[in-house]
Each structure stands twice: as C-alpha cells, then as structure tokens.
Design a protein around this ligand. Structure first.
Ligand SMILES: [Zn+2]
Length: 614
C-alpha cells in the first residue's frame, strides 16, 4: 500500500514542473531585485518564457525591458541563451546531456517614472511590492495551474512582509512560502516594508479579511479609529450581494507612497492597491472606491471571467470584448458596495454618477467610436494619452458601464414589477457555494441567458445597441427611471473638487470644456464643440494670461464670472511651443457643475438600489 502510494506520488511529481525561486529583495531601495531559479530539465532544446499577458492588466504588459543579467547554468556550467527572434518574451536554451535541471539567475530593474501597473514604480527607500511574474521564467505552453512553485524572499533587516500566500517559515530577513501553483504565485504579490501593519477586519461568519498597509512613513499607516469597523460593513454587504465567498481568506494589500505607480490590481484572494502616502488622511472616499472595486473583482473577474480573457500560460493573447462586464460591472458594483457599506455617502455616490453621465453626454469621441471598441482595444486604450482623450475615447468600458448596469437594473425592476433587481442576477451569476478559489469562465451567451432567467427581455439586442452602435448621447435611462435628473449649476461638484486636488488639475469640463494641469497650466484636453476648443485652443498649449492678467485659477474664475450674461469674450493668451497667440472664448454661462436632482413626480428607485442590505 505504501509502495503504491509512493509510486503515485512520484508519478504526480514527475508530471508537474517544479520551480524553486529565491528572490533577493535586500536591494529594493535601489530598485534592484535578483532571483535564483531552479527547475527540472532534460537534454535538448528548451524554451523559457517570461509572463507577457498579465491578468487584470488586459494587455501584453509584462516588463520584459527590465529583465536583465540573465544567466543559465546546467551541470555546473554556464550555457548560452538566445532570445526568440519574433517573441521577445521567450528564450531558447540547449540543455546539455546528463543535466536533469537548470539554474537561472536574473535581475529585475523596478523602474522609476511613468509606467503603469506592475511594470510601474514598485519600490521606494522604505517598501516594495513584489509581483512574482516580474522575476519568473517558466516553460511556455503548459497551463500555469500544472506548474508548482516554491518561493522565498530575502528582505532588508527591519522590514516585514504581507501576502495572501501561506508562509512555511519566517525569520527576521527571509520568508519561505508553501508550494502552490504558478497561477497562485503570480496571483499573490508580496508587500515588504519598514512601516507595515496588518489590520484584521471583523468578518463575522465570512472568511478572515485583513487590510495589510505598507507606507513610506509611520504616519502614513495610521488608520482612523473606526477603520476596521467601516470596512467590516463592506465585507457584510458583499456577502449579502453575492451570497458566497470564493476564497479561503482575503487580504487587501495597500501601499501608500508618492513614489510608486498608483492603481489597483485584482487577485483572487488579495488585491494590490497603491495610492498616495497621505491617503488615509486625505482620500478616504477614493480609497473606499478603490478597495471596493478590487474586492468585487474576486467574484467578477477572478471567479467569473470572460473566456476570452483566459491566458493559461501568460503567452496566449487575451480578448477584451467582455471587459464592459469584467471591469464595467465591477466599476458599477464597486461604487454601489462603497455606498451600501457607508464608505461613500449617498450624496457622494450621486455626485460621481452625475459627473460620469454628464461627461459622457458631451463626449465627441462617442460619435465615431462604439463603446465596445474601447474594450476590444483595451491593449491600446489603457496607455493612450490625455490629449484629445474626449475625441479618442479611453478605457470608457469602466465608467460608461456604470450607466449600462444601472439601466439594466431599472429594466429588471420594470419587467418584473419590482419583484427582482440586478442583485438577483448577481447572486445567480456570482454566488453558488463558498469555498476555495475557483474559475468559471463565461461568454456573452451565458450572460444573456442568466439575465433572461431573472427578467425575460431581449438583452442581446439591448446590449448590442448600447455597445456596438454610436450615439452622441450617454445612456442615462437608469438615472431618469430611477427618479432623478442631471442638472447644472454653479455649486462645485464634490467628486470633481476631490479629483482636482488628487490629480492636481483645474477642471472646467462643463463650462469652457477643458482641463489644465495645476503645475504649469498646460491644457490636458479640450473638448471639440465646446467653447475653449471652438476658440482654437488645444491640448499641450499653456495658458499664460487671462484677460491680460497672468494666469491663476482665481484670474480665470473671475474672467468666467465677468463674462457671464455679457457678450464680451474671455481672452486667453496661450503658449504653443515657442509661439504665443491670443484666443477669444465666446462663453457666458458662468462656472457649471453637474449634479443629480430628484424628479418628484417619479418614485425614488435609485434610493432602493442604494439601500444597504445588512
Ligand atoms: Zn478593475
């Protein structure tokens, strides 16, 4: 019996590629990471791949440029490698006779500067986020679920670590993790840092939840007194919405630094969230929105994923056509759960909805580019510049889908006379049995069938129209059916004001039709058809003076106020490269911001949508 077991065990081991990786992160403050890998090999040609298509990044964003100092050894001898001439992410080696394994040394140069996602800045003097895909090579063509990885990280003295990976042992400067699949490792980044704390979130009968915070200072990781309690409501509201948790435990990894890339990246049992150093003091609501969005992804994106977005060996190209569900429904549910759990107020939710709806409603790009193309083209829309973004369109499948799913909710309520709502669809589609992480891919047909099971309707034609036809106006039926309307007045929109502060911009999107960088008054975008663009101004020009006076925000606001209800234009002196010119903006309606206002003749359905379930 024992022999037989041993035989089965050996057979299983031989079928599974095993990679041992030791990461030396002791040079993290210099943004230099070294790795030593060991894996089985047999004599003859062998290919080694670097992860190219990164889950959640929706593009071929693996930072291959920053993989350096690559050396391969077999039988104690250095062997040559050659890069594939077509695929930059694949290396060819020839394993010598008698070798049963190879050893690989490599370094990853974590960049500074503007790059996005995990390929962006990830290390400072006090912390680092280690994404395993940046340090791993593995045989291509094999499903990552079938490759076992055992990993260790050496880190600077005085630092500690956090991750969803399960530790095997830990010393003051090294952590060894238990073996897991390549999928799980790449899905489980590790925080290391000098200022790191783990906050347990009370989760009742749900699996254990933690927010692991690493920051560039002790002050950065100081939470407010009700922090854990506030986020426990998010856990409860998610449970009430989805009806199941598809993870063993969940860790929000939160990095607070001005010197790392700022974004969120979802994983199944954790998420990599990066914001400014003083976020806990300055940006509580934005933090709530981000953590809620990435948390929703554990269900919508990880547990349920569009079939086209699977890339089992990180080399197969992804198809983004259902990103309006993967990201768009997550954006919708992320804002909804932030509100239901109290991380957002009702007012904040409505202010955000007003900005989204009013913004798309005046966006020239929607006259040529259907929403579906922003998703199909995600590989290119993510990196597209701010200049002319209103004409180009960007990753609109996130925010426009807030309107689409709110509208879908209102249709379900209408068709079922209020007996069902989108919540019922969510529970059906994302619920099921709680337990270990699992992946259930879906297609557009599956989505339509599941919506039809909740409320019979021609969902296929409905979404085809919303996604593939062009329409200059935004789909705002979810707002109007919800008993609200979009109005404009001179009261600043709270979400716009917060974004101005965080993004360091001056936002005149709904008046002059442009926005400026705070540091040098460069025009970020000018919206075709609106006053600034009509006057001839465009992105990249710098505003130097307003009505003959050096530009300040106060001077521009005063000029807009003076021009109100007159016929005199606002004179802008702008610099375009080495050249200066005056532009006359014909605008007389004063500062304008969008808000939602109750339509008293209709029931307040939106209030029903927003009502906490717990
Ligand atoms: Zn997302």
């Amino acid at each position: 019996m024992l022999k037989r077991l041993l035989f089965v065990l050996l057979l299983t081991l031989s079928l599974h590629a095993q990679i041992h990786i030791t990461v030396d992160a002791t040079d993290a403050p210099r943004k230099l990471f070294r790795a030593h890998l060991q894996m089985p090999a047999s004599a003859g040609p062998m290919r080694l791949a670097y992860a190219k298509w990164i889950p959640g990044e929706h593009g071929p964003t693996g930072p291959i440029t920053d993989l350096v100092d690559l050396r391969v050894m077999a039988n104690g001898q250095r062997i040559e490698w050659r890069r594939d001439p077509v695929d930059m992410f694949v290396f060819n080696i020839d394993v010598p006779k008698g070798a049963t394994s190879i050893e690989v040394d490599l370094s990853y140069l974590s960049p500074t500067g503007e790059r996005a996602f995990t390929a962006g800045p990830s290390a400072t003097a006090n912390l680092a986020v280690i994404a395993w895909n940046t340090l791993l090579l593995f045989p291509p063509g094999k499903p990552a679920d079938d490759v076992t990885v055992t990993g260790s990280i050496k880190f600077p003295e005085g630092w500690t670590t956090a991750s969803a990976l399960i530790p095997n042992s830990e010393t003051a400067t090294q952590i060894d993790y238990k073996p897991a699949s390549l999928t799980t490792y790449i899905d489980s980044p590790v925080l290391i840092g000098r200022y790191l704390k783990k906050v347990a979130i009370p989760s009742g009968t749900a699996p254990q939840h933690r927010i692991d915070i690493v920051g560039d200072s002790a002050a950065a990781i100081e939470t407010w007194p009700s922090f854990a309690q506030d986020y426990s409501r998010l856990v409860a509201e998610a449970g009430a919405l989805f009806g199941a948790y598809h993870f063993r435990k969940y860790d929000w990894l939160l990095t607070l630094s001005d010197d790392v890339a700022h974004f969120g990246l979802e994983h199944h049992e954790s998420s990599d969230n990066r914001m400014e150093e003083l976020t806990l003091q300055d940006y509580r609501r934005q933090l709530g929105g981000l953590l809620s969005h990435e948390y929703v992804h554990s269900w919508n994106g990880k547990y349920r994923r569009p079939a086209g977005l699977l890339s089992p060996d990180y080399q197969k190209p992804m198809e983004g056509n259902l990103l309006w569900v993967y990201e768009g429904l997550t954006q919708y549910l992320g804002t909804l759960l932030a509100e239901r759990s109290g991380l957002w107020t009702d007012h904040w939710y409505r202010e955000n909805l007003a900005v989204v709806a009013a913004g798309f409603d005046q966006q020239p790009g929607r006259t040529w580019r259907p929403l579906a193309d922003t998703a199909v083209g995600a590989q290119i829309t993510f990196g597209s510049p701010t200049a002319w973004s209103s004409l180009r369109r960007g990753t609109d499948f996130y925010d426009e889908a807030i309107l689409l799913w709110l509208e879908a909710d209102s249709i379900i309520r209408q068709k079922t006379n209020g007996r069902a709502s989108l919540d019922d669809f969510i529970r059906r589609f994302h619920g099921g049995e709680s337990g270990f992480p699992a992946l259930k891919p879906y297609t557009f047909d599956d989505l339509v069938a599941n919506l039809n099971a909740i409320a019979p309707y021609d969902w296929r034609a409905h979404f085809n129209e919303r996604l593939n036809a062009t329409n200059p106006r935004a789909p705002v039926a979810g707002i109007t059916n919800g008993g609200w309307k979009i109005v404009f007045n001179d009261t600043p929109n709270d979400v716009t004001a917060a974004n101005e502060k965080r993004r360091e911009i001056y936002d005149y999107t709904f008046s002059l039709g442009f926005s400026l960088r705070k540091d040098d008054a460069t025009i970020r975008d000018a919206i075709l058809g609106l006053p600034a663009a009509n006057a001839g101004l465009g992105p990249g020009m710098k505003v130097i003076a307003v009505n003959g006076r050096r530009f300040t925000r106060e001077a521009l606001d005063a000029a807009i106020a003076e021009a109100r209800d007159t016929t005199a234009p606002i004179e802008i002196l702008a610099q375009n490269g080495d050249f200066f010119r005056s532009y006359a903006i014909d605008y007389h309606r004063g500062v304008r911001y969008p808000h939602l206002q109750r339509e008293e003749s209709k029931p307040d359905v939106l209030a029903e949508v927003l009502k906490a379930r717990r």
